[in-house]
Design a protein around this ligand. Structure first.
Ligand code: GLN
Length: 448
């Protein structure tokens, strides 16, 4: 009944948000029926819960496009490890969610397939790249979705749609079966309406995976264990760079108010500095584009998806398939990445970016010697109008300044709702120590 009601709700609301690229209705109903026959054990809190999956996570026998023309007809023959975990938890995958093409973007407007709308205002972007994952949850289509975050793509759309989004520590969740954008930055994580749901979801998808060489061999604690409301003695840092220039005044106000709430709950909140965070955007766009340029080499018109028809030679197949299959933003990044990896420029760009990345990580290490958590805004602005920024890539890149440093340092970061500005949600970002998502959930729950 729940699965059927979910599809009814999706069909009713889909014309307003356009969150899904593919629906999995027949298979989802079969799964639900099988689960009814098998029976649900009480300890399995996620059993039967409908879940939406970002379309860059490969799903066996279910179209997986990464929102690209390049993969318009790609039906994988295997499941990502997170999908194995979704099935182990008896969750019901209801469909694949829209996103920016290959997760490159911050508004979901680079999708080849459709324009997803913000759940609060149809004239505004849902954020991105996990825009479908966020809008579907915020619009009440599904209680839970999976997104991916390379430079903010879970936290920023969560903020724009007023929901909870977690980017776990790098290595916490297996990337096996995630269509790679930037392998040293990508992480899969859950988007939900409540903190507790989010913690349950992370319990289900975390853990070591021998199929992912960067998966962490850490045990997974129960992420719901510290949802007590207790905040006494917690030490919270507020970086002054996160409230500086370019942050909308209403957002600044909301974050200062959140800091006050944490104080009232018994925590201490003190100003700190992350002096190298200002280089984050430059470093990220070199590293992410470089890694993307190599990861996307596999889309050659031979092995996967789209192949140009208008070809004479093998060279034509490569060039025309890629020219016609990739969108503008993806091509821009392939060119930028190939340039910064090329022999004449490697030292000046890719190598230098790696060095500054270390400095950014050391800033965080320093702060975490004296603090348990860092807070700040998730994004410098609330959701903006569809079409407003898409032709200004630099403005788009600069708006990632608050989320990117977390990925560069491999830290966990989450966004939770923290008020509104003119009817549009504001996100509070909480950053934790490596593998300490538990304390982030503790604070998020106490705040919620
Ligand atoms: N907006 C950033 C970008 O365009 C982040 C994307 C992401 O996290 N996948 O690269």
């Amino acid at each position: 009944d729940l699965t059927r009601a979910t599809f009814d709700r999706i069909k009713e609301t889909e014309p307003t948000v356009d969150a899904f690229i593919t629906l999995n209705e027949a298979k989802a109903l079969d799964l639900a029926k099988a689960l009814d026959l098998k029976g649900i054990s009480e300890s399995n809190v996620l059993a039967g819960i409908p879940i939406g999956i970002k379309d860059n996570i490969v799903t066996k026998d279910l179209l997986t496009t990464a929102a690209s023309k390049m993969l318009y007809n790609f039906t994988p023959i295997y499941d990502a490890t997170v999908m194995d975990k979704v099935y182990q938890a008896d969750m019901i995958p209801v469909g694949k969610l829209n996103m920016d093409e290959f997760a490159m973007g911050g508004s979901s407007e680079t999708s080849y397939f459709k324009l997803t709308k913000n759940a609060w205002d149809q004239t505004k972007v849902p954020g991105g790249s996990s825009g479908g994952s966020a809008a579907a949850v915020a619009a009440g289509q599904i209680p839970l979705s999976l997104g991916t975050d390379t430079g903010g793509s879970i936290r920023q759309p969560a903020a724009f749609n007023g929901i909870v989004g977690m980017k776990p520590t790098y290595g916490r969740v297996s990337r096996y079966g995630l269509i790679a954008f930037s392998s040293s930055l990508d992480q899969i994580g859950p988007l939900t309406r409540s903190v507790q749901d989010n913690a349950f979801a992370l319990n289900a998808i975390s853990g070591y995976d021998e199929k992912d060489g960067t998966s962490a061999g850490r045990s997974v604690p129960d992420f719901t264990a510290k949802l007590t409301g207790e905040m006494k003695g917690m030490r919270i840092a507020l970086p002054k760079e996160y409230l500086g220039e370019g942050i909308q005044p209403e957002i600044k106000e909301a974050i200062l108010k959140a800091a006050e709430t944490f104080r009232q709950l018994g925590a201490t909140v003190e100003e700190v500095s992350l002096p190298h965070s200002k280089y984050g955007v430059a470093v990220y766009y070199i590293i992410a584009s470089s890694e993307a340029s190599t990861n996307l080499q596999r889309f050659d018109g031979i092995r996967f998806g789209y192949r140009s028809e208008d070809v004479q030679t093998l060279e034509d197949v490569y060039i025309k398939s890629r020219s016609e299959g990739f969108g503008t933003e993806v091509k821009r990044r392939i060119m930028l990445g190939s340039f910064s990896l090329s022999s004449g420029f490697y030292d000046a760009y890719f190598k230098k970016a790696g060095q500054v990345r270390t400095l950014i990580k050391q800033d965080f290490d320093q702060v975490f010697q004296d603090f348990d958590l860092i807070i700040g805004p998730s994004a410098p602005n609330v959701a903006y109008g569809i079409g407003e920024n898409i032709n200004d890539p630099l403005a788009m890149y600069l708006s990632d300044l608050l989320t990117i440093p977390v990925n560069l340092a491999g830290l966990p970061g989450m966004s939770i709702p923290a008020g509104f500005s003119e009817g549009l949600p504001i996100g509070l970002q909480i950053i934790g120590k490596h593998f300490d998502e538990q304390t982030m959930y503790q604070a998020a729950y106490a705040f919620e």
